[in-house]
Design a protein around this ligand. Structure first.
Ligand SMILES: *[C@@H]1O[C@H](CO)[C@@H](O)[C@H](O)[C@H]1NC(C)=O
Ligand SMILES: *[C@@H]1O[C@H](CO)[C@@H](O)[C@H](O)[C@H]1NC(C)=O
Ligand SMILES: *[C@@H]1O[C@H](CO)[C@@H](O)[C@H](O)[C@H]1NC(C)=O
Length: 400
């Protein structure tokens, strides 16, 4: 029986219209707080969300990008000329390009037997018994032969190894740095595509390539000329060029496209920034170097020149962000803004009930305590009685 009654009540209650009651509190202090909080929320949405963050736009933050780089310049090393083929790697010119600034060359290495370097663990020896035959230490340079020999022209002895001889640490010759490199230029061409908006942008203006290679980048006077001096890049990255020549280094070239397609798309020009990416100076492993070898044959035997190259590596990193007006984000953010204004009442309710409502007058009126009423029908009565006037004015009888 009770079960049916419950459903009957629920069914009847379902067709009632419910509306919240509004309570007007005539309190100047609370009113000022309320309007101030409201102003703050509205300002935040209009100024920050809509004007600064452009919440009315649809955005694309992962554009497709392609980079082509080309290094130019020429230097003298003693009497020999160094051109791009010698100092630029890789020759393709992708988004990583490096210039060799200084080299350590170990000439005429060939497969043979020679003394191991004395800094390798267990390499120092006095007799053959100190060296284990066939041992291959990855920290060393080759396979031990089991003999103890004098370290090249020195008096102390180390274990003999089978390797490319002589070893680099003993025989390497450091060449002078390529000081002219400070005036070398790198041309960075970058094409970017925003698939959502179907816009393709390039960081150069289509014009005669001859003219393009003569200019230098300047953010105001020549923004369409992505030709940078290496000295300029080092300066922008706040690094000393002479220091970079000595240790080498990795510098990030950041191309930043921030485009607003609601205005003229031709205003979409990238900005460039430079920052050193490898470990800081003063650390033993800081800097950038790599090794390669040149092979040749002399009397039918294979020789190589081992080159340890110190240089500047440029990593070109492209960031893109584009926006255009779109109805859906505008609606979503407008609704969010309007809903957020409701936070003001929550804050003010809390202030009112916690700090201002000393005599608990407001809370008594705000929360109609149904448990004080005799029976549930009284609640219905209350709802009906307040139906015509949902505003109840609390100005009188409230001690402020
Ligand atoms: C080996 O001997 C040399 C010369 O005496 C010394 O400089 C070097 O520190 C020694 N190496 C090791 C690993 O002890
Ligand atoms: C060993 O020879 C090199 C040149 O090959 C020389 O520079 C070095 O001073 C010599 N060392 C000794 C201890 O004789
Ligand atoms: C780099 O170029 C400037 C001006 O073109 C010149 O004064 C300077 O000597 C050059 N630096 C080197 C190391 O060649």
């Amino acid at each position: 029986m009770g079960f049916i009654e419950f459903f009957k009540e629920f069914f009847l209650g379902f067709w009632d219209y419910e509306t919240p009651k509004i309570m007007v509190v005539k309190n100047r202090r609370l009113g000022v707080i309320y309007r101030a909080v409201q102003l703050l929320v509205i300002t935040y949405f209009i100024w920050y969300v809509f004007i600064s963050q452009k919440a009315y736009q649809d955005t694309e933050t992962r554009p497709e990008s392609s980079v082509y780089t080309e290094m130019r310049g020429m230097g003298m090393l003693g009497d020999s000329v160094r051109d791009t083929t010698e100092y630029v790697t890789p020759s393709e010119g992708g988004n990583v390009i490096s210039t060799i600034l200084q080299r350590e060359v170990t000439y005429d290495q060939r497969q043979g037997k020679c003394a191991e370097h004395y800094n390798v663990p267990n390499a120092n020896c006095t007799t053959d018994a100190d060296c284990v035959k066939g041992e291959l230490d990855f920290g060393g340079h080759g396979q031990r032969t089991g003999r103890c020999v004098s370290y090249y022209n020195y008096t102390f002895k180390t274990c003999e190894i089978r390797s490319w001889c002589p070893i680099e640490e003993f025989a390497a010759v450091r060449e002078p740095a390529l000081v002219e490199a400070i005036n070398f230029t790198v041309f960075i061409k970058n094409a970017i595509h925003f698939p959502k908006f179907k816009v393709l942008r390039v960081n150069i203006k289509p014009r005669k390539p001859k003219k393009l290679l003569k200019c230098h980048y300047h953010s105001k006077t020549s923004p369409y000329c992505p030709v940078f001096r290496l000295g300029y890049i080092a300066e922008q990255a706040r690094e000393k060029f002479s220091e970079l020549c000595r240790t080498g280094g990795v510098i990030g070239v950041f191309i930043n496209w921030k485009c607003d397609f609601d205005v003229d798309p031709s205003a979409c020009i990238p900005s460039y920034s430079f920052r050193r990416l490898d470990l800081r100076r003063n650390l033993p492993s800081s800097g950038y170097h790599f090794r390669f070898a040149k092979y040749y044959y002399k009397d039918g035997e294979e020789y190589r020149s081992l080159i340890k190259a110190y240089g500047i590596r440029l990593d070109i990193i492209v960031h893109g962000h584009a926006g255009k007006f779109s109805l859906i984000p505008t609606i979503i953010n407008t609704v969010t803004a309007m809903t957020s204004v409701g936070i003001c009442s929550i804050i003010c309710d809390w202030i009112m009930l916690t700090f201002i409502d000393k005599n608990e007058v407001y809370s008594e009126r705000k929360f109609d305590d149904t448990s004080k009423e005799s029976s549930p029908p009284a609640v219905t009565q209350l709802t009906i009685s307040s139906y015509g006037s949902t505003h109840s004015d609390l100005s009188e009888g409230v001690p402020l």
